[in-house]
Design a protein around this ligand. Sequence first.
Ligand SMILES: *[C@@H]1O[C@H](CO)[C@@H](O)[C@H](O)[C@H]1NC(C)=O
Ligand SMILES: *[C@@H]1O[C@H](CO)[C@@H](O)[C@H](O)[C@H]1NC(C)=O
Ligand SMILES: *[C@@H]1O[C@H](CO)[C@@H](O)[C@H](O)[C@H]1NC(C)=O
Ligand SMILES: *[C@@H]1O[C@H](CO)[C@@H](O)[C@H](O)[C@H]1NC(C)=O
Ligand SMILES: *[C@@H]1O[C@H](CO)[C@@H](O)[C@H](O)[C@H]1NC(C)=O
Ligand SMILES: *[C@@H]1O[C@H](CO)[C@@H](O)[C@H](O)[C@H]1NC(C)=O
Ligand SMILES: CC(=O)N[C@H]1CO[C@H](CO)[C@@H](O)[C@@H]1O
Length: 500
Amino acid sequence: MKFSLPLVALSTISFTFAVPTASSNAIVQRDLPLVQSNQLRRLLLRSELLKKAKILEDFAYSTPERNRLIGTPGHNATVNWIKDTIAQFPDYYTYYLESFDLSLGVSANLTNNGTPMEAFAVGLSPAGHVSGPLVYVPNLGCESADFSAVTAGSIILVGRGNCQSAVKDALGSTAGAIGMLVYNNVEGNLDGYSLQKINTPEGTYVPAGGISMADGEALVARVQAGETVIADLATEMSVSTTYNVIAETIGGDHENVIHMSGHSDSVAAGPGINDNGSGTISLLEVAIQLTNFSVNNAVRFSWWSGEEEGLLGATYYVSQQPQSELDKIRLMLDFDMMASPNYVYQIYDGDGSAFGESGPPGSGEAEHEFERYFAQDAGVNFTSIEFDGRSDYGPFLAAGVATGGIACGAEAIKTVEEAAMFGGQAGVAYDVCYHSACDNSSNLDVGAWIQMTKAIAHMTATFARSFDLLSPRNETMKAKRMTKSKQVISDKAIGALWGV
Ligand SMILES: *[C@@H]1O[C@H](CO)[C@@H](O)[C@H](O)[C@H]1NC(C)=O
Ligand SMILES: *[C@@H]1O[C@H](CO)[C@@H](O)[C@H](O)[C@H]1NC(C)=O
Ligand SMILES: *[C@@H]1O[C@H](CO)[C@@H](O)[C@H](O)[C@H]1NC(C)=O
Ligand SMILES: *[C@@H]1O[C@H](CO)[C@@H](O)[C@H](O)[C@H]1NC(C)=O
Ligand SMILES: *[C@@H]1O[C@H](CO)[C@@H](O)[C@H](O)[C@H]1NC(C)=O
Ligand SMILES: *[C@@H]1O[C@H](CO)[C@@H](O)[C@H](O)[C@H]1NC(C)=O
Ligand SMILES: CC(=O)N[C@H]1CO[C@H](CO)[C@@H](O)[C@@H]1O
């Protein structure tokens, strides 16, 4: 796909650091006992999780930014630490860093009819200085019909939500606009926000500024009252190279892979220790302890970058894999926010029984195994969450891969019913520090965290032994799966939540 901006042009360089050899494979397979869920789980310790949480927190707090946002030293330190940890097991894992370039917002200056307003440059949009009349785009601007009033040389004014801002920006550009102001749909500014998509078929991108909901609504009222409002927007961007870390067991069948993933970056606001440092660490600890066992199926772990900017690392990875490689992934499980202080145990609704939208075949079976594990082995309650593609499994879902995962809850409010099931406080967010400065290592429920980490270990061990729980591979089913999941991603994942 043509991409208009040199700043955001993608490049990929993959470095492979360890090369599997037949002999190391043989050693791994011969000398270690076959992995078993209870044995792997027994090796997981709260103290190890907490120790690693402090390490991530130190990465954040030892930098001026005090976060682990992509493009910062705090994130780079995180990526290198994951890589170095995996590199301690050269006989057990091969790994590589998958690099890609992102253009992130640095600063924006905005005036309306000469009056300055607060604005932030939107990541992935081009830098530029544009000036023109504001045109309000209705319906959140996800369809080209919404842009009928846009004139050449105008700047569109559009609300956040319902589709990635990339779609709004590109449709505006196609309709003749030279810039975009996107306003928030919740309290808070749009610092660290991005177009959330690397490129679109809808058109090329124009410079974009993010403004608050209150400022946006005030501008909409003026424009709709017939006032001519000239916006002058200057944005500055900087390009950062960022990295996904991908590791895979040397042992096991590489034609049948269980893929476990989390993300390595935080938002700008804080260290991101629950979101999603906790998922990063849970995966790393499972990967470390797995080295005590052999596996029948290959286990792949990945730590994505750029999740907070719109699932960019996972999207990039999927875009680089031929379908034949994606087909080898029998199941992809994603883990984010494993230690929310006011936690619930949520399982993605892979079979669609709770929310109506199911994933590709295998997604339902993954959900059922999590349910069985929580009810029978762990003896805890669980709830479902909508299978909406809001985290890094979204691009895999779109590519027809069976997916699943668990989470402890983000900014949503705990219900009275959930407080009865899990304890904690009804009427309070699962994570009051979600996307804020207080998401540090004090913001964790360690009991919930070890419980979730054991669930990850259970799934890793179960599918590293066998995929018997999943329906066998079948071309007819695959074709159906593809059709179905394309629908899921367009109607649901992108439609409802990726724009937020
Ligand atoms: C970030 O890490 C990568 C990979 O290890 C390294 O090549 C790069 O130089 C680092 N960049 C910065 C700014 O530290
Ligand atoms: C915005 O204005 C400040 C202060 O004049 C300046 O330092 C900065 O470079 C400007 N940013 C852009 C994108 O023009
Ligand atoms: C499991 O593997 C880890 C990492 O190599 C090692 O530190 C630990 O001692 C092993 N545990 C057992 C019980 O062998
Ligand atoms: C599960 O939830 C019910 C309320 O729905 C509660 O009575 C029970 O104690 C909970 N069980 C556990 C193990 O927390
Ligand atoms: C973590 O955040 C809490 C709440 O904002 C704060 O009191 C505490 O000092 C922070 N911890 C560190 C190490 O800065
Ligand atoms: C594949 O699945 C379809 C639908 O369930 C079934 O009709 C067909 O017989 C299966 N094919 C094979 C080769 O198992
Ligand atoms: C955007 C973000 O904060 N990252 C993810 C952290 O984990 C939660 C729970 O899975 C996701 O909803 C977030 O998107």
